[in-house]
Design a protein around this ligand. Structure first.
Ligand code: ADP
Ligand code: SF4
Length: 691
C-alpha cells in the first residue's frame, strides 16, 4: 500500500548542521546492557533499526575517559584508540541503510563510582556520588586544571567519533547521569568560580564543550546537546523555566537540541504512569528559542501523534527509544502503509531492566530484541517452514499467541486452542488492572497479525484434554497452558505452606482478576513476589474503598520495579492512596480475624487485624495437560505425534516478555536441529591479552 499522505511530513529530510537526516524518525541514544561486552550484538541491533527506516540511529552513552566510568553498568567506551574498531562497525552498520549515526559522548562525573578504574570521581562539588546504589564514594570538586583536562578529553573523543564515521556527536547533559548536568544544577553545583552561581556560569562548561566539539569536527559532524529540561522536583530542581533560559542562552550554538526529562525514571516513564506524548508540556516552546532542529521523545507509536507533533511545531524530529525497540521497522511500516503491522511498545520497561541488570536488552513486544546477532533473529524475517507438519498450540496467552503467530508466519498449518472465551491469557486479565491497559497490546498485535493468515485457526472455549490432543492428528504440540498463583504463601521467604486457620479468607491474584473480591473491608496483601502485581492489586483494593496493609519481606514495595524505573512512583502512589506499608515483615500465619507477621531480621511477631488476606507470592505451572500426555507417551506414535513441548509459564512462570520469547523460540526452532550441549547462540569472547 502507498503511504498515507497525512504522514508525508514524517518523511521529509531534516538538515542537522553539516549533515542531513533522510527523514524525521530519530532513534535517540538508549542503553541496552550489551555495550562494550557484546559489541557485535549491539552493532547488529543498531543496524537493524537503520534497516527499519530510522533516519538517525544513535548509540547508548559512551564513556570518553577512564576517569569516569559507571561499572557495573555496561555501556560503550572510548577511552583510547583501541575502542575505535567496535565503534566504527556501528557507524558502518547504520550507514549501510542510509541512516545517520550518532554517538553520545558521556562524562558521567559524579554519576560514576569508578569501581573498575579506582580513580576518584570528579564533579562540580565535593559530594557523594549520585548513583543508584548509595555507593560509599565521594566525588571531588574539579579545579580549573580538571576542567581544562575534561575539555581536552571531550575534544579528543569528538575527533575519534568523527574518525569512527559518526555523523552526530553529542554533548550529553541529561538524566542526572551526566556530569555536565550536575554543573547545570543549583542543587549539585555550589562553586564560587565562573563555573558556578549564575545560570550563565553554570552553562559555561556545556558551552565550552560544544564550542570545542564544533571547532574540532563541526565541518563534517553535527554537534547535539542533550539536555534535561525538568527534574520534576519543583523549583528546587532543574525546571522548565530555568532550562528554557539555558536553551535561550545557548540558542543556536549546537546543531541539534535533544530534549529529555530527568532523572531517567521521569524520561522513560512507564505506561502505568504516563501516556504517549506526555513530555509535550516540557518541550513545547523550545522551537521558539532556537533556529536549530529539536528532537524529543514521548513513547510515540502512533504516526498520527508523530505527525501532529511536527505539524503543530512542537518537534522537528520524532525521537524514540522504546518504540524503536518494540518495532525496529516502525518507520518502514508507516512508509509502506502498514500501520496495523506496527508492534506498539506497551511501556513496561522490561527493556530498561536489561540495562539495570547488566544483561542483554529484551523486550516484551519484540522477542527478537537482543537476539539479532547471537541467534540470527531478524524482527521481520523468519525462515519458511521446513516440513508440512501441522502444529497444535494449546493455550492463547502471550506464549501461545506468539508461538501461533510466528509459526503462521513460517507457513505452518496451526490450530490455537484456548480454554477461555477470549484470547490473551494473563495479558487479557492483567490489562484490566489499574494502569495496565497498554499491556493488552501484547494480545492485540498478535491477534491482528493472525487475522491476516489463512493457515492459523483459533478455537475459543476449547479446554483440551490429553485424549483430545492425541485424537486431533497434529504432528507437533506446543503446550502453553500458563500458570496459577499459589494459595499457600510459598515463595521466597516461606518455603513451606503458611498455616491458615479454619474460616480465614485467603485470596490470590487470580481470584481478584476473576472478579472474586474480599468479603470484608480490611485487607492484608502479602507481597513476596516483588514485581508489579502486589502494588497493582493494593491500588485496586484501595480504589474499592478498602483499608489495605501491604506486608512485604523487602525494604520497599514492588522491589524489583527498581529495574523498570517504577519503584519510587509505585511507593508514592500507594502512600498517597493511604495504603499502610509494613516492610521487612513476612506473614507467618493467617487467622480468622487477622494475620501474624514476623520481622525478617529478628523474628519478632506482631498481629494485624483484617477480614481477608491476598497472597501475592509465586505461581505454579498448569502442568496437568502435559503430565497426562507424557503418561501416554506410548500412544504418541500411533497418533502421528512427533513432538510435544511445554513453553512459557506452563514450563516455568516468569515475565510476559519471557513467555513471548518462549513462544517465538519454539516457532523459530521447529524442525531445526536438536540442540547440543553447548549454548544455542553465538558468544563474543574478549581477545586474550598477553600475560
Ligand atoms: P503464558 O504466559 O505462558 O502464555 P498464560 O497463563 O497467559 O500463559 O496463558 C495460558 C492460557 O492457556 C490461558 O489462557 C488458559 O486459559 C489456557 N489453557 C490452560 N489449559 C488449557 C487447556 N487444557 N486447553 C486449552 N487452553 C488452556
Ligand atoms: Fe516497550 Fe516494554 Fe518493549 Fe521496552 S520492553 S520497548 S517498554 S514493550
Amino acid at each position: 500500500m502507498p503511504r498515507d499522505p497525512r504522514y508525508d511530513v514524517l518523511f521529509e529530510p531534516v538538515k542537522i548542521g553539516p549533515v542531513t537526516a533522510p527523514n524525521r524518525f530519530y532513534q535517540v541514544p538508549h542503553c541496552n546492557g550489551m555495550g562494550y561486552r557484546d559489541p557485535a550484538a549491539m552493532t547488529v541491533m543498531r543496524g537493524i533499526k537503520a534497516e527499519g527506516g530510522w533516519g538517525v540511529v544513535c548509540t547508548e552513552q559512551c564513556e570518553i575517559h577512564y576517569s569516569s566510568e559507571i561499572t557495573p553498568f555496561i555501556e560503550l567506551r572510548l577511552w583510547d584508540e583501541r575502542d575505535l574498531p567496535a565503534l566504527e562497525r556501528v557507524a558502518k552498520a547504520v550507514h549501510a541503510h542510509g541512516a545517520l549515526a550518532g554517538l553520545e559522548l558521556a562524562y558521567n562525573g559524579m554519576n560514576g563510582p569508578n569501581f573498575y578504574t579506582r580513580e576518584p570521581p570528579m564533579g562540580p562539588s565535593h559530594l557523594p556520588v549520585a548513583t543508584f546504589t548509595n555507593d560509599p564514594v565521594q566525588a571531588r570538586a574539579m579545579d580549573k586544571q580538571d576542567i581544562a583536562d575534561l575539555r581536552r578529553w571531550h575534544r579528543t573523543a569528538a575527533l575519534r567519533a568523527q574518525r569512527a564515521g559518526f555523523d552526530i556527536v553529542y554533548v550529553y547533559a541529561a538524566h542526572a547521569l551526566s556530569g555536565l548536568q550536575h554543573f547545570l544544577s543549583r542543587r549539585y553545583n555550589d562553586r564560587g568560580d565562573e563555573y558556578g552561581g549564575s545560570l550563565e556560569n553554570r552553562v559555561r562548561i556545556v558551552r565550552e564543550l560544544t564550542q570545542d566539539a564544533k571547532e574540532a569536527v563541526g565541518d563534517r559532524c553535527a554537534v547535539a546537546i542533550r539536555l534535561s529540561v525538568d527534574e520534576l522536583l519543583g523549583p528546587e530542581g532543574l525546571h522548565r523555566e530555568e532550562a528554557h533560559d539555558m536553551i535561550g542562552i545557548l540558542a543556536d550554538l549546537p546543531d541539534l537540541w535533544d530534549i529529555t526529562l530527568s532523572d531517567w525514571a521521569n524520561d522513560s516513564e512507564t505506561s502505568r504512569f504516563g501516556d504517549e506524548g506526555a513530555q509535550e508540556p516540557f518541550v513545547a516552546g523550545i522551537k521558539g528559542l532556537t533556529s536549530k532542529p529539536v528532537v524529543g521523545v514521548g513513547r510515540f507509536t502512533s504516526p498520527d501523534a508523530m505527525a501532529a507533533q511536527i505539524k503543530r511545531g512542537v518537534l522537528d524530529l520524532i525521537g524514540a527509544a522504546r518504540p524503536s525497540i518494540a518495532d525496529p521497522f516502525l518507520p518502514r511500516k508507516v512508509e509502506e502503509g502498514r500501520i496495523d503491522d506496527i508492534r506498539e511498545c506497551i511501556g513496561c520497561n522490561i527493556c530498561v531492566s536489561g540495562d539495570m541488570t547488566m544483561s542483554p536488552i529484551r523486550c516484551t513486544q519484540n522477542p527478537t530484541k537482543g537476539e539479532e546477532w547471537r541467534r540470527g533473529w531478524h524482527p521481520e524475517r523468519i525462515a519458511p517452514k521446513a516440513s508440512d507438519a501441522k502444529v497444535l498450540v494449546v493455550g492463547a496467552g502471550p506464549a501461545g499467541l506468539e508461538c501461533a503467530r510466528a509459526l503462521g508466519a513460517r507457513g505452518y498449518e496451526v490450530a490455537l486452542a484456548e480454554a477461555a472465551t477470549e484470547l490473551g491469557g494473563r495479558v487479557a486479565r492483567e490489562c484490566r488492572l489499574p494502569g495496565l491497559s497498554a499491556w493488552g497490546r501484547v494480545r492485540d498485535h498478535r491477534v491482528q497479525q493472525m487475522r491476516t493468515m489463512t493457515n492459523v485457526e483459533t478455537y475459543l472455549g476449547s479446554r483440551l484434554t490429553a485424549e483430545q490432543v492425541l485424537e486431533l492428528g497434529f504432528q507437533h504440540v506446543a503446550v502453553a497452558t500458563g500458570a496459577v498463583w499459589r494459595r499457600d504463601g510459598v515463595a521466597r521467604f516461606l518455603l513451606r505452606p503458611i498455616a491458615v486457620e479454619e474460616g480465614a479468607e485467603v485470596l490470590t491474584p487470580d481470584d481478584l482478576m476473576g472478579g472474586k473480591g474480599p468479603s470484608g473491608r480490611r485487607v492484608v496483601l502479602y507481597d513476596d513476589d516483588h514485581y508489579y502485581m502486589g502494588g497493582v492489586l493494593a491500588e485496586l483494593l484501595a480504589a474499592q474503598g478498602r483499608e489495605v496493609t501491604l506486608v512485604t519481606p523487602a525494604s520497599d514495595v514492588s522491589n524489583w520495579t527498581h529495574n523498570t524505573l517504577e519503584q519510587g512512583r509505585i511507593q508514592t502512589r500507594l502512600l498517597e492512596l493511604g495504603i499502610a506499608i509494613e516492610p521487612h515483615r513476612a506473614v507467618t500465619a493467617v487467622r480468622a480475624g487477622g494475620v501474624e507477621t514476623a520481622c525478617v531480621f529478628t523474628g519478632r511477631k506482631a498481629e494485624i487485624a483484617c477480614d481477608s488476606v491476598v497472597l501475592v507470592t509465586a505461581r505454579l505451572p498448569n502442568e496437568s495437560l502435559y503430565r497426562d500426555l507424557n503418561a501416554q507417551r506410548a500412544a504418541w506414535k500411533d497418533s502421528g505425534i512427533l513432538s510435544i513441548k511445554t513453553i512459557g509459564d506452563a514450563l516455568a512462570p516468569a515475565t510476559i516478555a519471557a513467555a513471548v520469547y518462549a513462544g517465538h523460540r519454539y516457532a523459530r526452532e521447529l524442525d531445526g536441529p536438536e540442540p547440543g550441549d553447548g549454548p544455542p547462540f553465538k558468544r563474543e569472547l574478549t581477545e586474550l591479552a598477553p600475560l
